[in-house]
Write a protein that binds this ligand. Structure first.
Ligand code: VGL
Ligand code: ZN
Length: 199
C-alpha cells in the first residue's frame, strides 16, 4: 500500500497553554503541523471527546487527585483534570490549526467507562476506533504522526499503528509532551524499540 497519511493527534484548546490539561508549549506545534498538512495528500485528525463525568477524570473518583493512578477493569489508568468535554470550547481544535483539508476526524474517549489515548484502540487495547480499516481501505500503508501529547496519545497511537502493520514516523518537532514521572523518556524508548521512526 503506497499511500501515506498525516495523523494529527489532539491539537485542541485544552491541551494548549491556558487549557484544562495544558501541555507546555503545546501551541508551538500549530505552525509546524500547518505546513505538514499542506505537504500531505491525506490528512486525518483525532479529537479527544469526553462526556462530562468521564471515568478518566480525577473528579469522578472521590479522594483522588489529578495525575494519580487508579485501577480500571482494563488496567492501570492515569487520572486527569476534566478536559475536552464534548461540545465545549476546550474540546475545539486550536483556532490556528488549518484543519479544513482533513478527510476524517476520529473522536475518541467518548465512552464514559473507558479512556482512549490511541487513535486506533481504546485503553483496553481491544476496542477499535475503526481507523485501521479506514486507512487500509484507502490504500494507505504509511503514517506520519504529529500533535499532543508526545508521551500519551501520540505514543500510544504510534505503537498501535506499528502493531497494525503500518510504517510509522513521528515528526518530533510537531509534538510536545506532558512528561509525567519520566513518561517522555520511557515512551520514546518504547517507540524506538517498536521500530517507529522518530524524525
Ligand atoms: C491525552 C491525557 C488524557 C493526550 C488525552 O491527548 O495525550 N492525554 N487525554
Ligand atoms: Zn483525554
Amino acid at each position: 500500500m503506497t499511500g501515506e497519511a498525516l495523523i494529527v493527534i489532539d491539537v485542541q484548546n485544552d491541551f494548549c497553554p491556558g487549557g484544562a490539561l495544558a501541555v507546555e508549549h503545546g501551541n508551538e506545534v500549530v505552525p509546524v503541523i500547518n505546513s505538514l498538512i499542506e505537504s500531505f495528500e491525506h490528512v486525518v485528525l483525532t479529537q479527544d471527546w469526553h462526556p462530562a463525568g468521564h471515568s478518566s477524570f480525577a473528579s469522578s473518583h472521590p479522594g483522588k487527585n489529578a495525575f494519580e493512578m487508579t485501577d480500571m477493569p482494563y488496567g492501570p489508568q492515569t487520572l486527569w483534570p476534566d478536559h475536552c468535554i464534548q461540545g465545549t470550547p476546550g474540546a475545539d481544535f486550536h483556532p490556528g490549526l488549518r484543519w479544513t483539508k482533513a478527510e476524517l476526524v476520529i473522536r475518541k474517549g467518548f465512552r464514559k467507562e473507558i479512556d482512549s489515548y490511541s487513535a486506533f484502540f481504546e485503553n483496553d487495547h481491544k476496542t477499535p476506533t475503526g481507523l485501521s480499516g479506514y486507512l487500509r481501505e484507502r490504500g494507505i500503508g504509511r503514517v506520519m504522526l504529529a500533535g499532543l501529547a508526545t508521551d500519551f496519545c501520540v505514543a500510544y497511537s504510534a505503537l498501535d499503528a506499528v502493531k497494525q502493520g503500518f510504517a510509522v514516523a513521528i515528526a518530533m518537532d510537531a509534538c510536545r509532551g506532558i512528561d509525567l514521572n519520566g513518561s517522555m523518556a520511557a515512551m520514546t524508548e518504547k517507540m524506538r524499540e517498536a521500530g517507529v521512526e522518530l524524525r
